[in-house]
Design a protein around this ligand. Structure first.
Ligand code: UDX
Length: 453
């Protein structure tokens, strides 16, 4: 089968490369000429584990092509995936400008039957809008079907999520289009992947409901962590205690400085707007969003209370990406915290294994970037852990202790066991767990308050 994927962002590129790996003939389309030239040479504009190998292999074997010419890409394609960006408008609703432009182009270029599948996360009802725009742009009526096929790809694990998904959701209205979509995903039948077939609005709804539920899980455990801090309980043990209940499950229960990224913040706002438009006041989502924002403020308050005063303090920062395993800093709680700490007069020395180049674009020269985590810690008044990179969870604690000016670690991702940190002589603060304190550290840091205030 021949398909084309319009939009070569994270979702479009992963979708295109993975379908090519399934043996499908894929044309990826984008209107940014420089991006397409890069991709034609096998160079990737994003960091995603395993994607480069997949793109170069399928380019070489001729199953994957990149073009700016949508007419040419559509010619032989039976299925056209729309994977363009759906940014948020100022009021939280989704800006459908790019979706509309693509729908118009599809309508203008259509010469025979096509299945048009939305991969981008779009408000409930968008498939209907796409259908109407395609019809309006056609010079003569040509039959086509619109289906919704939402993605559930996690950045950093997107290839794995595509190749071994928990499920595939396809929303459609005619049996022919659904059969074509099912055939496209047929390699997944070998690993017995459930395929959930629904109508279109239900498929659109599934995507929002999934992301909102996951975000709710994170905000729930973060709220529990805050109470744990007040009553002296240990949130990690609460997670073990509740996560072993199969009705709750252990995943997505890591407390921290809140969720970020290109999906959760945007999708929650959009879902809230969709609910409002439908006449339902989804106050639960307001709370999920509020708790998430509070979580950063609570962390900041913790840093302030540990260090007494922030002005002039030198802080080592581990992590700038919105989560481990990616170079993406969109809506990253780490970046938002660094910006706040800079405003409060801290000197920041930061390291991130992948996101420093992107961070430089928003933090400018005000941050010192280091080659590794130990360099970021050198001479610092305290070390902050802001992103859950695996390499930050296995640091040489003896070496770290010697490099820091004061052995203070404030961990926003609960990467360490407080007892082990204590045994290594650290004053260790984390989220939702009692702090492990070292007396001489507190005594050492406090005179700074008098010097600077
Ligand atoms: C998410 C969804 O998981 C994916 O299905 C969807 O299609 C796109 O959005 P992604 O944005 O890549 O994927 O990130 P994810 O791994 O879900 O993490 C989102 C945020 O939540 C990160 O900032 C992460 O640090 C945070 N998080 C995640 C927690 O704070 N605690 C957790 O237990 C899990």
């Amino acid at each position: 089968m021949h398909i084309c994927v319009i939009g070569t962002g994270y979702v479009g590129l992963v979708t295109g490369a993975c379908f090519a790996e399934f043996g499908v003939q894929v044309a990826c389309v984008d209107n940014v000429v420089s991006k397409i030239s890069m991709l034609q040479e096998g160079k990737l504009p994003i960091h995603e584990p395993g994607l480069h190998e997949l793109v170069t292999k399928n380019l070489r074997e001729g199953r994957l092509t990149f073009t700016t010419d949508i007419t040419k890409a559509m010619e032989q394609s039976l299925v056209i995936f729309i994977a363009v960006g759906t940014p948020a408008r100022a009021d939280g609703a989704t800006d459908l400008r790019y979706i509309d432009e693509v729908a118009d182009s599809i309508g203008r270029c259509m010469r025979d039957y096509k299945v048009v599948a939305t991969k981008s996360t779009v408000p409930v009802g968008t498939a209907k809008r796409i259908k109407e725009r395609i019809q309006a742009a056609q010079s003569e009526p040509i039959a086509f079907s619109v289906v919704s096929n939402p993605e559930f790809l996690r950045e950093g694990a997107a290839i794995e999520d595509f190749m071994r998904p928990n499920r595939v959701v396809i929303g459609g209205e005619d049996a022919h289009a659904l059969a074509i979509m099912k055939e496209l995903y047929s390699p997944l039948y070998l690993i017995e992947t459930p395929v959930v077939i629904t109508d279109i609005v239900t498929a659109e709804m599934i995507k929002y409901a999934a992301n909102a539920f996951l975000a709710m899980k994170i905000s729930f455990i973060n709220a529990v962590a805050s109470i744990c801090e007040s009553v002296g309980a240990n949130v990690q043990q609460v997670c073990d205690g509740i996560g072993t209940d199969s009705r709750i499950g252990p995943r997505f229960l890591n407390p921290g400085i809140g969720y970020g990224g290109s999906c959760f913040p945007k999708d929650l706002m959009a879902f809230r707007a969709v609910a409002k438009e439908s006449g339902y006041d989804f106050r639960l989502l307001d709370e999920v969003i509020r708790i998430n924002e509070d979580q950063r403020q609570r962390f900041l308050k913790k840093v302030r209370s540990v260090l007494w005063t922030l002005r002039g303090k030198r802080l080592g920062v581990l992590g700038l990406a919105f989560k481990g395993g990616t170079d993406d800093i969109r809506e990253s709680p780490a970046i938002l915290l660094v910006q706040e700490l800079l405003r409060e007069g801290c000197q920041i020395c930061a390291h991130d294994p992948a996101a420093m180049d992107r961070a430089k674009e928003v933090l400018h020269a005000s941050v010192e970037y280091t080659a590794g985590p130990y360099e970021a810690a050198t001479g610092a008044d305290a070390l902050l852990i802001l992103t859950e990179w695996e390499e930050f969870a296995a640091l040489d604690l003896g070496r770290l202790r010697k490099l820091l000016k004061y052995p203070i670690v404030i961990d926003g991702r609960n990467l360490y066991d407080p007892a082990i940190m204590s045994a290594h002589g650290f004053s260790y603060y984390s989220v939702g767990r009692p702090a492990s304190l070292t007396e001489d550290v507190a005594a050492g840091i406090r005179p700074h308050k008098r010097e600077h205030s």
